[in-house]
Design a protein around this ligand. Structure first.
Ligand SMILES: Cc1cc2nc3c(=O)[nH]c(=O)nc-3n(C[C@H](O)[C@H](O)[C@H](O)COP(=O)(O)OP(=O)(O)OC[C@H]3O[C@@H](n4cnc5c(N)ncnc54)[C@H](O)[C@@H]3O)c2cc1C
Length: 476
């Protein structure tokens, strides 16, 4: 925590005392207790004057009602793995940390649903559901820290979105504490509901700007018995999509992941992880990471091998490695998952998270890369993503942040034709702070007006995560 954030004044200390009286001493961390703790993906997450950790919905409601009365800004935080600054706090803000609401209330194996508190991590839920043959049906590399409440609030996507949907499709019911302390409760356990506006969807992807998510009902999927992994050398996204379509037809319902990595990305992460990146498949223009479900490891591996063999010559596949053990599979996946390597090479590297309809990926990318090189011939971005749903992550090989003019030029190169192509300027990370200017420039103007109107309606005093998604001056 920076010195600027210290509540050196009597009123700062007084607020902390009153918060302790409201929620209990151990539920409030002041600056001294926050000092030295891991602030997560963004150091500015812990700039607040204090952190409150309520342990029930009622306590969150008391906290928000108190903050509304006092005019204190609240920043909800889960695992602090968000990549767009949505959890960043300022010295006048109070963090509402959901770590105290991390229970699994129920897993109903018969109907395949889980009722959880928002602060549970994805990994903890995966472990509990996998033990009884079920799975949350959504997965991402930050699973150990990312919470279900945070994933709801960013409408997270991840590796399996192309088959089981994004968070919005996993949520059946939701409980949210509104900025004035009222509790919106829609803990529906059924997929069908057309009883008026389905308001829970307003809070999914709202990034904590409309209230604090406290409990969630999630739909579960049957767990798979075993998985096999391959890395395949491919020429471009088009070829990767042909492989995906072939495997989806030959092995219906069994493809679990189809991740694409362009050469610069593989060269950086692969080399850092000790792979010989001058060898196939790592030296190809692109590498496709595949995962297939099966009855057991050997059956899954041979199904994957046979499926690839059927199209190997026809598609002119340049090389392929199928993991022969679970350990090897994990090691191969680390090339895709260890994205923090990029940020070690280029601290705070500007990154973008777009989606493009599958068939247009190669055209979009070659136009975008050419435009980026016109801005600076040295720009050679790392590109990777979730091929089967068209979600590309683009990380620049430059330290961030960029100066304002260059940021604007880079955003133009990346976002200019996305809307016309039917894509999205934020596929799964949200808008937060870092994509706010782009949202203002490139999102539909009527969408922006409606967003401001809804924010005003639910949070008229602007205490809930202000400045995220929309600039406060556009809202109040
Ligand atoms: C290595 C790595 C890999 C990642 N891979 C993916 C990926 O494949 N797909 C993907 O979609 N994302 C990915 N992410 C991004 C991140 O993990 C997700 O955005 C995740 O959903 C954030 O969860 P969190 O609990 O960490 O939320 P936080 O970072 O704590 O918060 C994120 C936002 O949600 C709000 N928020 C948090 N909890 C609540 C709540 N209970 N109520 C209301 N608002 C709340 C915060 O105010 C903030 O705006 C990745 C991140 C990392 C670091």
């Amino acid at each position: 925590m920076s010195d600027a954030a210290m509540p050196a004044t009597a009123s700062g200390a007084d607020r902390i005392d009153r918060l302790r009286a409201l929620l209990g001493t151990s539920a409030i961390l002041g600056p001294a207790e926050l000092e030295g703790r891991d602030a997560g993906w963004d150091a500015a997450n812990f700039n607040a004057f204090a952190l409150a950790r309520p342990s029930s919905t009622a306590a969150v409601a008391r906290l928000l009602a108190w903050c509304a009365d006092e005019g204190i800004v609240v920043v909800p935080q889960g695992g602090r793995t968000g990549l767009v600054g949505g959890a960043v706090s300022s010295p006048d803000a109070l963090i509402c940390d959901l770590g105290g609401l991390a229970a699994i209330e129920e897993i109903d194996a018969e109907t395949g649903i889980a009722v959880v508190q928002a602060g549970i991590t994805l990994a903890a839920l995966q472990q509990a559901t996998n033990a009884i043959g079920l799975d949350p049906g959504i997965d991402l590399a930050a699973r150990g820290s990312a919470t279900i409440g945070g994933m709801v609030s960013t409408n997270a996507g991840g590796i399996m979105a192309f088959r089981a949907g994004v968070m919005r499709h996993r949520v059946l019911g939701l409980e949210v504490v509104l900025p004035d302390g009222r509790i919106f409760s829609d803990m529906t356990r059924v997929i069908k509901t057309s009883a008026g506006y389905d308001l829970k969807h307003l809070f999914i992807g709202a990034e904590g700007t409309l209230g604090v998510v406290t409990r969630v009902v999630l739909k579960l999927e049957p767990v798979v018995a075993a998985r096999a992994t391959a890395l395949v050398a491919i020429a471009d996204a088009q070829m990767g999509l042909a492989i995906v379509r072939h495997l989806q037809t030959r092995l219906p319902g069994r493809l679990r992941a189809a991740e694409i990595m362009w050469r610069t990305f593989v060269a950086a992460t692969g080399a850092a992880l000790g792979f010989d990146v001058s060898q196939s498949p790592f030296d190809a223009p692109c590498v496709l990471g595949l995962e297939i479900a099966g009855e057991d490891f050997d059956e899954a591996a041979s199904a994957l091998e046979n499926g690839l063999a059927e199209i190997y010559d026809e598609l002119d596949i340049e090389g392929c490695v199928v993991a022969t053990s679970l350990q090897q599979a994990e090691r191969l996946w680390s090339v895709r998952e260890r994205t923090e390597i990029l940020y070690r090479l280029h601290p705070r590297a500007p990154s973008f998270d777009v989606s493009v309809a599958g068939g247009a990926i190669d055209v979009y990318l070659s136009r975008t890369l050419a435009d980026l090189r016109l801005i600076d011939p040295e720009i050679e971005p790392y590109v990777f993503g979730h091929l089967a749903d068209g979600n590309l992550h683009i990380v620049l090989n430059l330290p961030g942040p960029l100066d304002e003019a260059m940021q604007e030029d880079v955003e133009r190169a990346i976002y200019q034709d996305l809307a016309a192509m039917g894509g999205s300027l934020s596929a799964e990370h949200g808008i937060g702070l870092t994509k706010r200017a782009a949202f203002e420039r490139y999102a539909d103007p009527v969408k922006q007006q409606l967003t401001a109107a809804i924010k005003n309606l639910l949070d008229p005093t602007g205490i809930c995560n202000p400045g995220k998604i929309l600039d406060t001056k556009l809202v109040l």
